[in-house]
Write a protein that binds this ligand. Structure first.
Ligand SMILES: Cc1ncc(COP(=O)(O)O)c(C=O)c1O
Length: 352
């Protein structure tokens, strides 16, 4: 069998939606991209991507950055000063997988309530807000993750976000959205990107997750006058790029072509969950699968995460172990119905 990046070419990779490879059409768009030096603001493709995505979310400005991690950090630096506090949930990507960047590079203190499926609410947040005063660490910002990665692709209901926004306004704190997968929330709920955009001071949205671009995120800010500071912070972090229009072209292609098709990923995730729940009741709850992520609870299963991952890998199916008895399956652009059939065959045989 052919080797493909060190793996079988027919591997069904359900570890993450970040593993997609650019399609021929996307590569074509990259090859044809008009470019210039973005540090001089002269890359037409980056300028187009920034303008187009800012408009989709109704924000004043957008700044292209290499990664979602940098996107979150740049946004948080705009909202929180050193020694100030950010409230977010305990499973947020910001505090789970960003190598402590908010603390290390921003001097930002985080306080993190533990909440089911990663979803905060106004009643949980309100008592946590600290006001400025002698010796206190004032709460400057609140961050939500839409959809929530460790929460199993869970979606914040619009009403919950509106209540959080009203709370933030009452207490004069700002609100950031880690919207790495906000596209999935938009497709799952029909809430428009502009409706989401209206709720946040800043957002970070990724092109390299479900949308299938190889690289890139955007920091969005409702107040366009923050863009210059955002570019300064990005530069300081080493994220200012030159002729990166070849990357932005992939992002433009992704935003224009790959949003609606996320519904297919959601349907495939639902198929996975439903079939697994049939042979192994209690391992997953199809009703909790709202987007493209399926979490398996192996507490009572005949194998642990490592055992399931090993059995799957032997059949060319890759899954992600989140904890000793917790596994994650993520559907995306590079997994079709046949891939789901192959994954189900080995997972169901192992869990039966
Ligand atoms: C919710 C969320 N936010 C941010 C990121 C960071 O993106 P990147 O890997 O591009 O830094 C990820 C990555 O998977 C994510 O899932």
């Amino acid at each position: 069998m052919a080797d493909f990046g060190g793996r079988r070419q027919d591997t069904v990779d359900l570890r993450s939606d970040t593993v997609t490879r650019p399609t021929d059409a996307m590569r074509e768009a990259m090859a044809r991209a008009a470019v210039g030096d973005d540090v001089y603001g002269e890359d037409p493709t980056i300028n187009q991507l920034e303008a187009e995505v800012a408009e989709l979310f109704g924000h004043g400005a957008a700044v292209f950055v290499p990664s979602g991690t940098m996107g979150n950090l740049v946004a948080l630096r705009l909202l929180c000063g050193e020694g100030e506090e950010l409230l977010c949930d305990a499973d947020a990507h910001i505090v789970s997988y960003e190598a402590g960047a908010a603390a290390a590079h921003g001097g930002i203190q985080t306080r993190t309530p533990i909440v089911p499926r990663g979803l905060l609410s106004a009643s949980i947040i309100e008592p946590q807000i600290r006001i400025a005063g002698y010796h206190t660490v004032p709460t400057s910002a609140l961050a939500v993750e839409q959809t929530h990665n460790r929460g199993g692709g869970s979606v914040y209901p619009l009403d919950t976000l509106r209540e959080l926004r009203a709370l933030a306004d009452r207490h004069a704190i700002t609100m950031h959205c880690d919207g790495a997968r906000i596209w999935n929330a938009h497709v799952a709920t029909g809430v428009t990107l502009a409706e989401y955009g209206a709720l946040f001071d800043t957002m970070s949205v990724c092109l390299s997750k479900g949308l299938g671009a190889p690289v890139g995120s955007l920091v969005l800010m409702r107040d366009a006058s923050l863009a210059e500071r955002a570019r300064d912070v990005r530069h300081r972090l080493g994220g200012a790029m030159r002729q990166a229009g070849i990357l932005a072209a992939a992002g433009l292609f992704a935003v224009r072509s790959n949003v609606k098709r996320l519904a297919d990923d959601h349907a495939r995730a639902q198929r996975l969950a439903t079939a697994i729940a049939e042979v192994a009741p209690g391992v997953t709850d199809p009703a909790a699968v709202e987007t493209n992520i399926v979490v398996l609870d192996l507490a009572k299963a005949p194998v642990d995460s490592a055992g399931l991952a090993r059995a799957c890998a032997a059949d060319g199916v890759l899954v992600s172990g989140l904890a000793p008895r917790r596994v994650r399956l993520v559907t995306h652009l590079d997994v079709d119905d046949e891939g789901i059939d192959r994954a189900l065959a080995v997972i169901c045989a192992t869990l039966r």
